[in-house]
Design a protein around this ligand. Structure first.
Ligand code: ADP
Ligand code: MG
Length: 254
């Protein structure tokens, strides 16, 4: 496996209204890694992903994606890259949210075509075969002309994943992608993610699905109160957690 870090986040600090939410987070993700991020509500998991994807700005720290610096600390202050570099970095990452956020007035296929055509200026004819392949892959080709409201939550989330993949990202970020779904609908979404991992997609997955984290992740991070409390490979992490906070969290989750 390639051991080249594709994501480096160093000393990430973020406050909202003077309240510190990320207190110096360090993360490295190698190519084809699946990093599972777990932890109680309010621990800063979403904020961490949102900082990486530039949906939030950081107060201090360095974020590097492959060879590009999104931001780097100068005198304890984050300094961001120019807009062109930012765009190049962001185009490498796809994000899937808890709420599927499909465009309700567009069909499934139109949802997939939108960003490649509008953001990457690709021709519709170029994107069409890619989009259709992805719909076959997630088993929803027969729904390509349906509107999102006609799909189940699980189907909508699979479309949201395919929509992100249609931009050909190198990295996929997932923020509790199954938390809004009934248990029987989570399986299809988790299977789609599992398949992506098998195809060596680099992924960061914030999740409450401990089974998925244990089976699929290459590394697990446990966050609490804006800090990384413990991390390790899933085998060690789940069978021999070291920290009391990790132990009590896992006892409540499993
Ligand atoms: P998690 O995803 O682990 O549940 P979040 O990253 O969503 O945690 O939130 C961490 C903390 O930051 C919470 O206390 C939350 O209320 C706060 N927070 C998150 N986003 C904002 C925001 N835009 N404005 C103010 N506070 C926020
Ligand atoms: Mg969250």
């Amino acid at each position: 496996m390639n051991n080249q870090p594709i994501i480096k986040m160093h000393n990430i600090h973020k406050s909202f209204n003077g309240i510190s939410v990320l207190k110096g987070i360090d993360i490295e993700v190698n190519k084809s890694d699946v990093l599972a991020v777990i932890g109680p509500s309010g621990s800063g998991k979403s904020t961490l992903l949102r900082c990486l994807n530039n949906l939030e700005t950081i107060d201090d720290g360095t974020i590097q994606v492959a060879e590009d610096f999104l931001t780097t600390s100068v005198n304890n202050k984050a300094v961001y890259a120019d807009k062109i570099t930012q765009k190049r970095i962001l185009s490498r990452m796809g994000m899937v949210f808890q709420q599927f956020n499909l465009f309700p007035h567009m069909t499934v296929l139109e949802n997939l075509l939108e960003a490649p055509v509008q953001v990457k200026n690709m021709k519709k004819d170029e994107v069409l075969p890619i989009a259709e392949d992805l719909l076959h892959k997630i088993g929803l080709f027969d729904k390509k002309d349906a509107y999102p409201s006609r799909l189940s939550g699980g189907q909508q989330q699979r479309v949201a994943i395919a929509r992100a993949l249609c931009m050909s990202p190198d990295i996929m970020l997932f923020d509790e992608p199954t938390s809004a779904l009934d248990p029987e609908l989570t399986i299809g979404v988790l299977n789609t993610m599992r398949q992506l991992a098998e195809e060596h997609m680099t992924m960061i997955v914030v999740t409450h699905e401990m089974g998925f984290a244990r089976d699929v992740a290459s590394n697990v991070i446990f966050m609490a109160d804006g800090n990384i409390v413990e991390q390790g490979n899933p085998e060690t992490f789940f069978t021999h957690p070291q920290e009391e906070r990790t132990k009590s969290f896992l006892t409540n989750m499993l």
